[in-house]
Ligand binder design. Structure first.
Ligand SMILES: C[S@@+](CC[C@H](N)C(=O)[O-])C[C@H]1O[C@@H](n2cnc3c(N)ncnc32)[C@H](O)[C@@H]1O
Length: 403
């Protein structure tokens, strides 16, 4: 019998590429060729090649003193999907924010000898390591720089970067990214807003940016000037938490009190098939339609103890006011076992009205937005004259809307 340990890195890589193509993570021939060419295992030499090529998730390469991961080699499926969203072509000038070596090598393969890749990381240990690994694998042409990716890079090309690929989770869109993106450039960024994490591809539209691709994905948090920790409210100790943006009004004791009282359920009649993948779209659409909006997260223990309804590990869309809160929950659709039904569980003195308003929003989404694909996120600079209408998600340097 042949074990994974007997299999060469080249065979393991081929197997990984075939899997990524079959699953639709790799679509274009340029990304496929880059994945075949780059020896991924040499960018995580601390772990066995079979783990590097078999890993569905990131491989952590540096941890802080408290054990928190601060750097990693991103998962292959996510590298692939981000490259597909970035659409780099030969000759382009690309800035990668957050280094590791592997993604920069993939980009260098695609832009070729007439293009240029610069990779920037805030951590000198990471840039030192990336420079060494890229040198050892023949990609010394990638330029490595140490600095904060939220700030402008003085060596940006005239006319801006054709692609800016951010590989660290950002809660902001700093001015530097608006300023240093070419007019027809694409900015790929793992954005955090309202307790959600989506990697979005942005293009310019008039004076602002508009998303045209979205990937559900978590990333290690950005450090430096744009570092950000969301506010977490413990509704039932650590087992049930509400994650909200810092600038959203939230009366913590009032919500804790509300959560400890009776709940009310409102079922919407809106059904989803588990394989449609529509819930992540609904979550973003609701974040752009309702304010305030956050995410309720519950541990397995909370579910076992009946503290919450059926909510997924990624959390549940939640709205609140000064006295009450309401969150989205699921139940098996009656008489249709491959579907589930969306409903709302609400607590507090205003639970009926608040529950109805969230349920109404779900019904509105079902009627108007369910079939329109990924919600579009628009990003406006905070200081621009052009300012959006409707529900606005405030970020330190930008304003977001979702339609
Ligand atoms: C997920 S890792 C990068 C993965 C890498 N691109 C790869 O090839 O797989 C995220 C990196 O972002 C870096 N980082 C965090 N905040 C940053 C900032 N403000 N500017 C530049 N790099 C930053 C971290 O040091 C970390 O090395």
């Amino acid at each position: 019998m042949t074990t994974a340990a007997d299999t060469s890195p080249e065979e393991l890589r081929e197997r990984m590429v075939r899997g990524l193509v079959e699953r639709g993570a790799i679509v274009s021939s340029s990304v496929e060729a880059a994945f075949r060419a780059v020896p991924r295992h040499r960018f995580a030499p601390e772990v066995p090649a079979e783990q590097v090529y078999g890993a569905p998730e990131a491989i952590f390469t540096k941890r802080a003193d408290d054990g928190r991961a601060v750097s990693s080699v991103t998962a292959p499926w996510l590298h692939a999907r981000m490259l597909e969203a970035a659409r780099p072509t030969p000759g382009m000038r690309v800035l990668e924010i957050g280094s590791g070596g592997c993604n920069a090598a993939l980009l260098a393969e695609i832009v070729g000898p007439t293009g240029a890749v610069t990779s920037l990381d805030i951590d000198p240990d990471i840039t030192g390591r990336a420079r060494r690994l890229l040198g050892e694998t023949g990609y010394e042409r990638v330029r490595i720089r140490t600095g904060d990716g939220a700030l402008p890079l003085t060596e940006a090309p005239d006319g801006g970067w054709d692609r800016i690929v951010v590989t660290t989770g950002s809660a902001d869109l700093p001015d530097a990214w608006f300023d240093q993106l070419a007019p027809d450039g694409r900015l790929i960024v793992p954005l955090r807003f309202r307790g959600l994490a989506r990697t979005l591809a942005f293009v310019r539209e008039e004076g602002h940016l508009r998303s045209d691709a979205s990937i559900v994905s978590g990333f290690l948090a950005m450090q430096g000037r744009s570092a950000h920790a969301p506010r977490t409210i413990e509704l039932a100790g650590d087992d049930v938490r509400l994650v909200v943006d810092e600038n959203q009004p939230c009366d913590e004791p009032a919500l804790q009190q509300a959560f400890s009282t009776h709940s009310h359920e409102t079922w919407t009649g809106v059904r989803l098939n588990g394989s449609e993948g529509l819930l992540p779209r609904l979550d973003v659409w609701l974040a752009g339609s309702l304010a305030p909006y956050g995410r309720l997260r519950a541990s397995g223990v909370a579910a076992e103890r009946g503290l919450v309804g059926w909510v997924l590990g990624t959390g549940a869309a939640t709205v609140w006011n000064g006295s009450s809160l309401a969150y989205l929950a699921l139940r098996q659709a009656p008489e249709q076992h491959d579907h589930f039904e969306l409903g709302v569980i609400s607590h507090g003195p205003d639970r009926h009205r608040l529950g109805d308003s969230l349920a109404d929003a779900v019904v509105r989404w079902d009627r108007t937005a369910r079939r329109t694909g990924d919600p579009v996120v628009r990003a406006y600079r905070r200081n621009d004259a052009e300012q959006p209408d409707g529900v606005v998600i405030e970020k330190p340097s930008a304003r977001l809307t979702v339609t």
